[in-house]
Design a binder for this molecule. Structure first.
Ligand SMILES: O=P(O)(O)O[C@@H]1[C@@H](OP(=O)(O)O)[C@H](OP(=O)(O)O)[C@H](O)[C@H](OP(=O)(O)O)[C@H]1OP(=O)(O)O
Ligand SMILES: Nc1ncnc2c1ncn2[C@@H]1O[C@H](COP(=O)(O)OP(=O)(O)OP(=O)(O)O)[C@@H](O)[C@H]1O
Length: 463
């Protein structure tokens, strides 16, 4: 059991753990016996003796004053109070902060070396910053209990980092979407070696054929946007790329068909999972303000041909991305007048979320619309920063094949395909706050990707 007070303070990593993966800021271990994952924050590895000394001293001071532990607590509170309700509790995991000893961190650091990709090794584990979440690579046991049919032993999980599908006012005139333009900069920097055909705007379009095409592009060029796990083990991704036939063949229990038909059916299964509202209870909106939430709905409904169904995971993420109406150049100008710290805005925001009669989106937008008084100024950036989290979060769809005929059974979490039916669970993660200085970074990134894109287009037209 992980759910008691004792384990919070003196958490011992179970002897059986598996390196699940890592991104820019966190390393994740799965703890197979518990159905949980342990997510540990990373920090920059110093590259000189003086650097090590500074880290060691500041680490000691921070440890002495419990700074990192406090920071983790603050980020978790933000996650539970802001991001979980916005995305939906059904799509997100409960979380529990845990404190690992320095010795455990040291041992782990050494053992992890053989699993970690070289390009991520410039960061090391940070003391004091770890939390436990549900493992979305599996379907929670309570979802499987009492189901009147047998299911396969194997669980497949499809991870998608969908990225930015919404353009703010200042991005509307861009010749392509941010993700697509970024591909050219990444190619120039050698962070990728092939341009992906994937476009987030297609995935979130609500148009089934565009969405299926987006999934097919992810399969072809997964980069860091697409992975498949079987029983929690990575079986397909940028660095692990067997024939996709093996994956679909195994997922659909050895059905023999042509590869493109299997891939088509796989893409349809993924799209259906992304557009199904799998939430148990839909709370009615009872917002007294109805300022932003109403506008939000109107925009989403304005595209007659392709609308994302209300309550599906993509609609949830997109509507949060939409909190950024102005774009980073606007916020960067505002920031230039400011001398703010990276994380102060979080506690200021948490102190102000108290109105039960106004929905969270409207609260956020109203707080963002401050008079720009100095003490309130940090709040002006909140809509942008929350939108930025939704532009960088990830989705995991876990699937179990149903081994009996359930044609007559209508359940939200059963998806039917030509090759059989699946029990599905959808989870969203990577929902910690972004630092205030991301705004500056994004402004610079947008300039650079625009240049890279225009340069590539020019050289193509000269060919
Ligand atoms: O700026 P982007 O769009 O390239 O996104 C960064 C991601 O790059 P990507 O394009 O997905 O490969 C980047 O991912 P990678 O390190 O490239 O896997 C991080 O997610 C980064 O967020 P943070 O610094 O960890 O908070 C992301 O930074 P934020 O944009 O979220 O600040
Ligand atoms: N709750 C979860 N359930 C299952 N797997 C998870 C979960 N959280 C994270 N992972 C796995 O761990 C990997 C790294 O986690 P995460 O994306 O949170 O790291 P990050 O450093 O914050 O990423 P990014 O660079 O995108 O900001 C993910 O790609 C995913 O495979």
């Amino acid at each position: 059991m992980l759910n008691d007070e004792e384990s919070f303070i003196d958490f011992k990593i179970p002897s059986e753990w598996i390196y699940r993966g890592e991104g820019n800021c966190n390393i994740v271990l799965s703890l197979p016996k518990t159905g949980k994952i342990l997510r540990i924050r990373k920090t920059n590895k110093p590259n000189s003796l003086i650097g090590w000394l500074i880290v060691w001293i500041s680490d000691f001071i921070f440890w002495y004053f419990g700074k990192a532990i406090e920071d983790e607590e603050r980020d978790l509170k933000f996650y539970s109070t802001v991001m979980r309700p916005l995305i939906g509790r059904k799509y997100t995991s409960e979380a529990m902060q845990v404190i690992l000893t320095r010795k455990q961190i040291k041992i782990l650091e050494n053992e992890l070396g053989k699993y970690r990709p070289e390009f991520r090794k410039h960061k090391i584990l940070q003391y004091g910053r770890a939390s436990i979440f549900n493992d979305f690579a599996f379907i929670p046991q309570e979802e499987c209990d009492y189901l009147p049919f047998k299911m396969s032993e194997d669980t497949f999980a499809i991870e998608i980092k969908p990225k930015q599908a919404w353009r703010s006012l200042s991005e509307k005139h861009f010749p392509a979407c941010v993700f697509c333009m970024n591909q050219y900069m990444k190619l120039g920097n050698k962070r990728i070696n092939t341009i992906s055909g994937y476009c987030p705007e297609d995935l979130f379009s609500g148009d089934v054929s565009k969405m299926k095409n987006a999934i097919k592009c992810l399969i072809k060029v997964p980069q860091n946007n697409f992975r498949v796990f079987k029983n929690g083990i990575l079986v397909y991704g940028e660095q692990t790329k067997p024939e996709f036939f093996n994956i679909v063949h195994s997922l659909f229990s050895n059905i023999d068909d042509k590869l493109d038909r299997l891939i088509d059916e796989f893409s349809e299964l993924v799209v259906k999972s992304l557009v199904t509202n799998v939430m148990n209870v839909d709370f009615p909106d009872n917002c007294e303000e109805k300022r932003f939430c109403e506008w939000n709905k109107i925009i989403q409904d304005s595209n007659i041909n392709s609308v994302l169904p209300r309550g599906c995971v993509l609609e949830k993420i997109l509507s949060i991305q939409m909190l950024d109406t102005e774009g980073c150049s606007y916020y960067d100008k505002l920031l230039n007048q400011e001398n703010s710290s990276d994380w102060k805005y979080i506690n200021k925001l948490l102190d102000r979320i108290d109105n039960k009669d106004v929905c969270l989106k409207c609260i956020i937008m109203m707080l963002g619309n401050t008079n720009h008084r100095e003490e309130e100024m940090d709040l002006a950036f909140v809509p942008y920063l929350i939108s930025a989290i939704a532009k960088d979060c990830s989705i995991m769809i876990s699937l179990k094949k149903i081994l009996e005929d359930v044609c007559d059974l209508e359940m939200k979490n059963i998806i039917k395909t030509k090759y059989g039916n699946f029990l599905v669970n959808v989870g969203v993660f990577d929902l910690y706050p972004k630092r205030l200085s991301s705004i500056k970074k994004h402004r610079q990134r947008n300039k650079s990707i625009l240049q890279a894109y225009l340069k590539a287009r020019k050289s193509k037209s000269n060919e």
